[in-house]
Design a protein around this ligand. Structure first.
Ligand SMILES: [Zn+2]
Length: 677
C-alpha cells in the first residue's frame, strides 16, 4: 500500500540486515571520527567521499545477508540486537494476557516457532484460495477484492486515508495506483539484461508459488505467464516514479459520481460499502490508472484475473508461511538487493513486530535506551539550525522580501518531533496468540486497516507519528509541516551527546537541515505553513527557483555509477535540494558554536574540516551492484557518494576548508555553484 507523501532521509534499509563480525569499528567511538577509514592518497578536492571513506570502502565486506553496508546499517544492526533483547525478555516473562509485553513477546515468539509454521504448510491460504476459485464473474471478483481489502489485504486497488493536500486539517480517502509486482512500470518494457532477469524472476516466483499451493507444473507455468502479461497491461496505466513526485497532478478530488463515471467497470458503491468507506468525495491520485483498471477488469478473461489475484494473495503472504514459500520470495527479492543469503529469522521477526506493533515495542525501547540528555541536546541542535536557516533565508540574494517573509513564517511554524510520540497509539483490538503466527499477522493487518478507515472524513490528528521510535531514519511531512527524528537515529554515528560539535553538526546537524530543507524543496515549497498546497511565492521568485532547480537536475544527471548508469536528476531533485541546503544550514549553525569559532585541531583536523569529515562518515556505504541498479530507477535519493560530493562541491566553505582549486575534479566555478537555500 502506498503511503501519504512523506520525505524520508534514506530509503536504504531492507529488513533483516546483519553480521556482527565484519565491521565492529573499534576506535571510532573514541574520537568520533574514523581516521583509519580515510584514503589520504586521494585529494579531498578530487573525490571527497573517497578521501574520507576510501580505505574503509576497500576493506569493508558486505555481509552475505545484506544489500549494502555502512553507517546506517551498523546502527540498524545494533538496534535490531537491542530490540531482540526486549522481545526475548517479553516472551519469556510472566505477563498478563493482553498487556503490551504479551502482545509484542508472543507475536515475536509465534514467528520464531518455525516448527509449527513448517507443519502447517500452505494450509492458512486455503480459505481465501477457495473464495477466489468460486468467483464466477467480474462483479464477484471486484466484490472479493473489496472484502480482502477490508481485512487489510491490498490487491489491485490502492487506498489510504491521509490529510487533504488542500485542507490539511481534514482527512480524505485517496485512491492510488497498485497491481504491480515489479518496482515500477518500466520494468515491464525495458530490454536490458538486468530488467529481463527481473521479469524472469517474477515468472519463476509465480511458478513456485502456484506449485507450492497445489497446482501442477504445467498449469503453474501457464498461470505465471498470464500474471506477467496482465501486469504488463496494468503497467501501461501507471505513472512513473518521477511523475508520482508532482503533488499537483496527483491531486484529483472528485465526487463518487465522477469516480463511477471514470471507471464504470468497478461498482464503487458496492466496493466502498464493503470497505466501510463513508465519503462523498475522494482524491483519485492517478485517474488514468482507475480508468485503465476498469477497462482491463472487463476486457480480460475472468480466469486470468483470478490467476492474478491468487498470485498476489499467495506471494504477499508467503513470508508468513513455510520455508519453501519464504525461499521463493527471497529468490525474487535478491534480484533487486543482491543479497547472497536470506537474513536470520530473528531479524525478520524483530522487523515485523516493529512494523506491526511499533508503538508498543517503541514504548519498551525508549524506556530502556532513550534518555532526556539526548532529547535536550537535540532540542538545542534543532533550535540552532532553525536560527541558522532563518539567517540564510534573510540573506538570499535571489529572493524578494515578500517571499522571504512567507518562507520564514513557514520555517518558524515547523512542528518538531524528537524521540517518541507524546501519546501512544492503542492496539486494543489486536489479538496475539503465541501459537498462531499467521492469524497474529492477520489481526495486525486488520487493526491497521481499521485505524486507517476510522479516519475518513475526520480531523487530522497531527500528533501522530509516521515512523516507530526505534527507526534509524527521519522525515519531513509537508501536510503537517513537521520534522521528525525517531529515537533510533539519535545515536552514534549520527549523534552522540559526548561528541564535539563539529561531528554532531556534520552528522545529525546535516540530517536536521536536510529535513528542514524538504519544507522548501521542489515538492515541499508547494505547501504553506499550515500544510496546504497553496502557492505562497511571487511569480518572479517562483520562476527563479524553477531555474535554479533545473540546473541541479542537469548536474546530478551527469553523475554515473556502475557501467555508466546515470543518476536521475529529476527523480532525485527534492533529495538533492535537501542535501545541499542541509549541509549549508548545519554548517552555519556549527559556526555559531564555540568550536565553530575555534581553530583547535583534533586528530590533525581543524574544526571546519572535522565538520565535513563527520558529514562524509555518516554517508559511507558500500552497496551491491543489484541494489544500486534498482535504487537508481526507484529511489529518490542519490547514491551515497553523490550525497556527499554533490553538496560539498556546491558549498564555498568546503573549498576553503580543504583548499580546493580549479585543478581538482570536484571544482565548480563559484558562479555555477547551486545556491538555492
Ligand atoms: Zn530526504
Amino acid at each position: 500500500m502506498k503511503n501519504k507523501l512523506i520525505l524520508i532521509l534514506a530509503s536504504v534499509l531492507i529488513i533483516g540486515q546483519s553480521c556482527k563480525n565484519t565491521s565492529k569499528e573499534t576506535g571510532v567511538q573514541k574520537s568520533y571520527f574514523d581516521v583509519s577509514g580515510m584514503d589520504t592518497s586521494i585529494s579531498p578536492g578530487d573525490n571527497f567521499y573517497e578521501y574520507v571513506n576510501g580505505t574503509w570502502l576497500k576493506g569493508a565486506k558486505i555481509p552475505d545477508d545484506q544489500s549494502a553496508w555502512g553507517s546506517f546499517y551498523t546502527l540498524y544492526e545494533e538496534n535490531l540486537s537491542k530490540l531482540r533483547g526486549i522481545l526475548e525478555e517479553s516472551a519469556s516473562a510472566k505477563v498478563e494476557k493482553g498487556s503490551l509485553e504479551q502482545k509484542v513477546g508472543d507475536y515475536y515468539a509465534s514467528g520464531m516457532d518455525t516448527l509449527t509454521i513448517e507443519k502447517i504448510g500452505a494450509e492458512p491460504l486455503k480459505p481465501v484460495l477457495e473464495q477466489i476459485n468460486a468467483v464466477k464473474n467480474h462483479n464477484e471478483l471486484v466484490k472479493l477484492i473489496a472484502e480482502l481489502y477490508a481485512r487489510g489485504e491490498a490487491y489491485e486497488i490502492g487506498f489510504y486515508v491521509g490529510a487533504d493536500d488542500k485542507n490539511s486539517n481534514q482527512n480524505i480517502a485517496v485512491l492510488y495506483q497498485n497491481g504491480l509486482s515489479l518496482p515500477e512500470k518500466d520494468y515491464y518494457t525495458r530490454k536490458d539484461s538486468a530488467t529481463e532477469a527481473a521479469r524472469n524472476a517474477l515468472v519463476q516466483n509465480a511458478i513456485t508459488m502456484f506449485t507450492l499451493s497445489g497446482e501442477n507444473e504445467e498449469a503453474a507455468k501457464r498461470y505465471a505467464q498470464q500474471v506477467l502479461a496482465l501486469e504488463t497491461e496494468i503497467a501501461k496505466h501507471h505513472r512513473s516514479p518521477v511523475e508520482l513526485r508532482n503533488p499537483q497532478t496527483n491531486y484529483n478530488k472528485m465526487s463518487m459520481a465522477q469516480l463511477q463515471k471514470l471507471s464504470p467497470g468497478i461498482d464503487w458503491k458496492l466496493v466502498f460499502d464493503i470497505m466501510k468507506v463513508k465519503t462523498d468525495s475522494i482524491n483519485v491520485a492517478q485517474p488514468a490508472y482507475y480508468e485503465g483498471l476498469s477497462k482491463l477488469l472487463v476486457s480480460k478473461p475472468i480466469d486470468v484475473w483470478k490467476t492474478k489475484l491468487k498470485y498476489d494473495y499467495i506471494s504477499s503472504n508467503a513470508n508468513l508461511l513455510s520455508k519453501a514459500f519464504r525461499d521463493a520470495n527471497f529468490e525474487f527479492d535478491r534480484i533487486f538487493s543482491g543479497q547472497k543469503s536470506d537474513s536470520k529469522r530473528w531479524k525478520k521477526m524483530v522487523g515485523r513486530v516493529d512494523r506491526g506493533l511499533g508503538e508498543l515495542l517503541g514504548q519498551l525501547y525508549v524506556k530502556k535506551y532513550f534518555n532526556d540528555t539526548a532529547k535536550k541536546r537535540m532540542d538545542e541542535l534543532v533550535k540552532n539550525l532553525q536560527v541558522a536557516f532563518e539567517k540564510r533565508i534573510s540573506a538570499l540574494a535571489w529572493m524578494s522580501t515578500e517571499t522571504k517573509t512567507k518562507a520564514i513564517t513557514k520555517l518558524n511554524t515547523f512542528t518538531k518531533k524528537i524521540g517518541y510520540p507524546e501519546k501512544w497509539k492503542s492496539y486494543d483490538d489486536v489479538a496475539i496468540d503465541r501459537n498462531n503466527f499467521f492469524e497474529n499477522a492477520m489481526s495486525v493487518r486488520a487493526h491497521d486497516y481499521k485505524e486507517m478507515i476510522d479516519k475518513v472524513g475526520k480531523p487530522v490528528d497531527k500528533s501522530e507519528w509516521g515512523m516507530s521510535p526505534p527507526t534509524v531514519n527521519a522525515y519531513y511531512n509537508p501536510s503537517y509541516n513537521e520534522i521528525v527524528f525517531p529515537a533510533g537515529i539519535l545515536q552514534f554515528p549520527f549523534f552522540d551527546a559526548n561528541a564535539d560539535d563539529a561531528i554532531n553538526y556534520g552528522a545529525i546537524g546535516m540530517v536536521i537541515g536536510h529535513e528542514m530543507t524538504h519544507g522548501f524543496d521542489d515538492q515541499g515549497s508547494q505547501y504553506d505553513e499550515k500544510g496546504n498546497m497553496v502557492n505562497w511565492w511571487t511569480k518572479e521568485d517562483g520562476e527563479k527557483f524553477k531555474e535554479k532547480t533545473t540546473g541541479l537536475v542537469d548536474l546530478y544527471n551527469s553523475y554515473t555509477i556502475l557501467d555508466g548508469l546515470h543518476v536521475k536528476g529529476d527523480l532525485t531533485l527534492g533529495e538533492n535540494i535537501a542535501d545541499i541546503g542541509g549541509l549549508a544550514i548545519a554548517y552555519d549553525a556549527f559556526k555559531m558554536t564555540k568550536q565553530g569559532q575555534d581553530t583547535i585541531k583534533i586528530d590533525g583536523f581543524t574544526p571546519d574540516q572535522r565538520f565535513f569529515l563527520g558529514y562524509a562518515q555518516v554517508w559511507r556505504m558500500k552497496s551491491r551492484d543489484e541494489s544500486l541498479r534498482s535504487r537508481i530507477t526507484t529511489d529518490p535519493h542519490s547514491p551515497e557518494m553523490f550525497r556527499v560530493n554533490g553538496p560539498a562541491s556546491n558549498f564555498d566553505p568546503f573549498y576553503a576548508a580543504f583548499n580546493v582549486k580549479e585543478s581538482h575534479k570536484m571544482y565548480i566555478a563559484p558562479e555555477k555553484r547551486a545556491k538555492i537555500w
